[in-house]
Ligand binder design. Structure first.
Ligand code: HEC
Ligand code: HEC
Ligand code: HEC
Ligand code: HEC
Ligand code: HEC
Length: 452
């Protein structure tokens, strides 16, 4: 027989208290607030961590908030929205793009920074910075910037900075070993973006990594985000297909010599943004990185049937190729097939003078939908993933090209895998035609003469 649960029973009280505690903690995680004065600016950290500061300066993390493409996209997405769920998403960008601003109270929403730019604190404009990452103690969930934070109390009492060392000492701050900082989850809290209401996976880099071969239990095969990206330095792309040698040195001016210092360039595929801020080192590094991510293989064995098969292999990235903002990034195959007289038999993915791709080009990307099968370009409206065709880590994708007309006895095939941070159409739409021409990076190329 069931006993009726009395409101006064100790079990109910315990459950009620647990629930209250859980709700308080959970809702705190959503509306955490830390006084701005608690954060120490990056220039202060740079005073002792000079080398790390120079690496981080003009990185995508440093520029996350002033990034013109981000700002244009954020303000553009907000236009004309009336649905509350869509608005909630469009307002949410600031938590990752200016985390110090967000957690200290301004801007909490995109519209606030659009309408009152003068109120954005200077430190908020410095993007994803030293004292934000090194005040992290863990996370409530590994997506949408749900960090647990414990910043200090300004320069007079900067509190504890967490990092990879167990024996680190500084006169300025307390130091503490943090396993979290050595894990991919530290990156995943931001590099996994879900629609705040619909839950649609908008960016899934961490998820891709965690389900992929680099998240291996075998220490010889396991590579974290840091294992590639924080080994990267000029001349050392440190990808899955290149060596990732240690970077010996000191973490602070006058600090002890250590066998590896994690680098802070945070370079992915973006060449444009750092170079717009005068940093050619990072744009060169991005190019080097992209050139060590993939391989192309041309298979001519089906020429008799009039078919050419081009395989794209992801040899270097720890996640899908491309990853992150895959509705915006443009990674595509350019394939040109000619007969012995030089006549073009097939041409696919050849951009026009404006930099626009012809219809039917093979682009590896994600397309979002409105829940009824119609394409949407505004992520605030993304209720579903309509299409996701990208190359998995250490995996490959095949594209079959069919030659028109009768098969030629001999052909030459040229294939290139090309990358742009965004399609030129989108850049022209957001910034105005002729304002910015994005560079095209050749990630891989292959050529073959095939004779029957
Ligand atoms: C007065 C100099 C000084 C300043 C200013 C300073 N640090 Fe340090 N920091 C050090 C020294 C010295 C070490 C020890 C280096 C070592 O152990 O190799 C250190 C170590 C660290 C570590 C490693 C901790 C660990 O246990 O792994 C982190 C992270 C760190 N600092 C972050 C910061 C941040 C963030 C700031 C700015 C808020 C900052 N530091 C400002 C001198 C300084
Ligand atoms: C996006 C987050 C992030 C930002 C921004 C960041 N760091 Fe780090 N930092 C890390 C992580 C993660 C590690 C440890 C990596 C590991 O152990 O795998 C680290 C390591 C360190 C260390 C230990 C030495 C080393 O490099 O291995 C110091 C010191 C440090 N950071 C200082 C700084 C300073 C100073 C800045 C600003 C100029 C900064 N960090 C910006 C995430 C960040
Ligand atoms: C607070 C949120 C946050 C954290 C934590 C974070 N990132 Fe980022 N990261 C971003 C944002 C936002 C951008 C894009 C900035 C922009 O728009 O310019 C970015 C950009 C990057 C890029 C450059 C991408 C490109 O297109 O070139 C790389 C690489 C990167 N992050 C790696 C990491 C790694 C590795 C870690 C963990 C050590 C990490 N991030 C932690 C938010 C974060
Ligand atoms: C095995 C090495 C490796 C590992 C592990 C790895 N990456 Fe990458 N990453 C790459 C390479 C190579 C590229 C350049 C190709 C590209 O843009 O996808 C890249 C690109 C990126 C970009 C830019 C993507 C774009 O085109 O806009 C981001 C952001 C990024 N990585 C974040 C991460 C995060 C976060 C993790 C961990 C969850 C991680 N990476 C793990 C090798 C790696
Ligand atoms: C949970 C964290 C998070 C949120 C929220 C977020 N972003 Fe980002 N954003 C990122 C990360 C991580 C990257 C880097 C990914 C990459 O390079 O592929 C990024 C990159 C971008 C870029 C590319 C910048 C460049 O120069 O290449 C744009 C544009 C952007 N975000 C716009 C937005 C807009 C608009 C919103 C709000 C609707 C938003 N983001 C919300 C984490 C976030």
């Amino acid at each position: 027989m069931k006993k009726p649960i009395s409101i006064k029973s100790p079990a109910t009280i315990v459950i009620a208290l647990c629930l209250a505690y859980f709700l308080a903690t959970f809702s705190c995680s959503k509306v955490q607030h830390f006084e701005l004065s608690r954060f120490v600016g990056p220039d202060t950290c740079g005073g002792c961590h000079g080398e790390i500061y120079e690496q981080w300066k003009n990185s995508m993390h440093n520029l996350a908030h002033v990034d013109g493409l981000y700002r244009a996209a954020a303000f553009h997405y907000l236009q004309g929205l009336t649905n509350a769920d869509e608005l909630a998403e469009a307002e949410s960008c600031v938590k990752c793009h200016t985390p110090v601003g967000f957690f200290s109270g301004f801007p909490r929403k995109v519209s606030q920074e659009r309408d009152n730019p003068e109120k954005i604190p200077e430190i908020g404009k410095r993007g994803i910075q030293c004292d934000f990452c090194h005040s992290v103690t863990g996370a409530y969930a590994i997506y949408n910037c749900q960090f647990k934070l414990d910043p200090g109390h300004g320069e007079a009492n900067p509190g504890t900075k967490r990092g990879p060392f167990k024996d680190s000492e500084s006169d300025f701050h307390k130091s503490e070993f943090s396993e979290f900082h050595t894990s991919s989850e530290m990156c995943g809290v931001c590099h996994d973006v879900r629609h705040t209401v619909f839950g649609t996976k908008l960016e899934n880099t961490y998820g891709e990594w965690s389900k992929g071969p680099y998240n291996s239990t075998d220490p010889a095969k396991r590579v974290t985000c840091q294992g590639c990206h924080m080994y990267h330095r000029p001349g050392v792309p440190a990808t899955g297909s290149t060596p990732r040698p240690k970077n010996p040195g000191a973490a602070a001016d006058g600090g002890p010599r250590r066998e590896h210092i994690y680098t802070h360039y945070f370079v992915g595929g973006n060449r444009t943004l750092p170079s717009m801020h005068g940093d050619t080192v990072k744009s060169k590094m991005a190019e080097e990185r992209l050139k060590h991510a993939a391989e192309l293989v041309i298979d001519g064995s089906k020429l008799r049937e009039g078919k050419i098969v081009v395989t794209v292999k992801n040899t270097g990235a720890g996640h899908y190729l491309p990853t992150g903002l895959t509705d915006v990034r443009q990674m595509w195959l350019e394939v040109v097939v000619k007969d012995p007289s030089g006549k073009t038999l097939l041409s696919s993915g050849v951009a026009d003078r404006q930099g626009y791709l012809p219809a039917g080009s093979i682009v590896f990307n994600t397309v979002f939908g409105d829940g009824k099968g119609n394409r949407v370009d505004n992520i605030a409206k993304a209720r579903e993933v309509l299409r996701d065709r990208r190359v998995p880590p250490l995996g490959s994708l095949e594209e079959i090209y069919t030659l028109p007309g009768r098969a030629s006895a001999s052909v030459t095939v040229k294939a290139r895998l090309l990358y742009m941070s965004a399609s030129q159409e989108l850049v022209d739409k957001l910034l105005g035609t002729g304002k910015l021409r994005l560079p095209v990076t050749v990630m891989a190329e292959a050529g073959k003469k095939i004779t029957l």
